[in-house]
Design a protein around this ligand. Sequence first.
Ligand SMILES: [Zn+2]
Length: 429
Amino acid sequence: MTSYLIKNARILGGEPQDLRLSDGVIAEIGAGLAAAEGETVVEAEGLVALPGLVDLHTHLREPGREDAETVATGTRAAARGGYTAVHAMANTFPVADTAGVVEQVWRLGRESGYCDVQPVGAVTVGLEGKQLAELGAMADSAATVRVFSDDGKCVDDAVIMRRALEYVKAFGGVIAQHAQEPRLTEGAQMNEGTVSGELGLAGWPAVAEESIIARDVLLAAHVGSRLHVCHVSTAGSVEIIRWAKSKGWDVTAEVTPHHLLLTDELVRSYDPVFKVNPPLRTEADVIALREALADGTIDAVATDHAPHPSEDKDCEWAAAAMGMVGLETALSVVQQTMVDTGLMGWHEVAERMSYRPAAIGGLAGHGRPVSVGEPANLVLVDPAYRGTVNPDAFASRSRNTPYRGRELPGRVVATFLRGTATVLDGALV
Ligand SMILES: [Zn+2]
């Protein structure tokens, strides 16, 4: 295994220091460290060192939709984005609702070598919302599943949701809810508001998200279990989560980069690249989400990386699939919306994109401080970089980014997974 000496990196934005990575761990941190024989020196002047990022919400599409993404291509995209671990959502074909499927995904992740893959198990059989999946068997499997979600669909039956919350308590699991009241969003195409009225598109009201979150925080409190709210997108949702946390209930939440930056005004273009679930909301929602992420009401940034092949996106708005790729642009969007605006420092970025998501997912060996003796999961980012997003250069198999041609700050220069470089000089190793 190659050893690395990283010169003059600013750990979490602090003073420049050298880091020696060997045998998979951070072996030494200090000023003016000398390179040992055979060590590769990485010049990191001006670069910020962060712990390897952890994503709670990634769609890797394998098994079943390998035309959109595979574990191999998705983990390469993750490495390019600075991630060392991702949680793979269960809405694959077949659905990840048995020990067999989650073990298959987990193994493919280990074989990829670019990023650890932690499978998320389905809450209900076939994501159909009717019958609990084999939660215990998935927890006991080689994949040691701790996060369960029917993401893409909402667990809308209150009794099923209650049983799931109760069941996962036994092994410290968590239910990650895709909060979308199905009846209120039948045929919905975009956020319900001024723009949907003008465009004549069926609206997706904020209350469809907020009513489920309100019910779920009450259920979680009632049974004393742990709830995680996926991709929070409205100011009202933030208020409910803030209230639940003030009660001391075990509720956590995530926000996507695109909900921190983009609004439903973009739908006026009718470009399906802006079609996503939950939908892009209003400027007031964006401001509330940024404030909630800064003050910790929202615990984590999660990409909801949702690759789709061009035939599912390059079509008319109503027919297009919902979702955006996000792994390779997440850190840049967070820098633009949260760091460059002064709302957060790099300490908080590490907290929201590494420590907290690893803790919520129960991932050992990730989300650890950048300290001697810790696993060498590390990303070096150049915050001074300015560049235009070029999806043709993505490692992901899909190109459905809303940022094509947009200038975003920051660039991942290097990523290390247990001391092995997966990205160097901005390119996959
Ligand atoms: Zn979702």
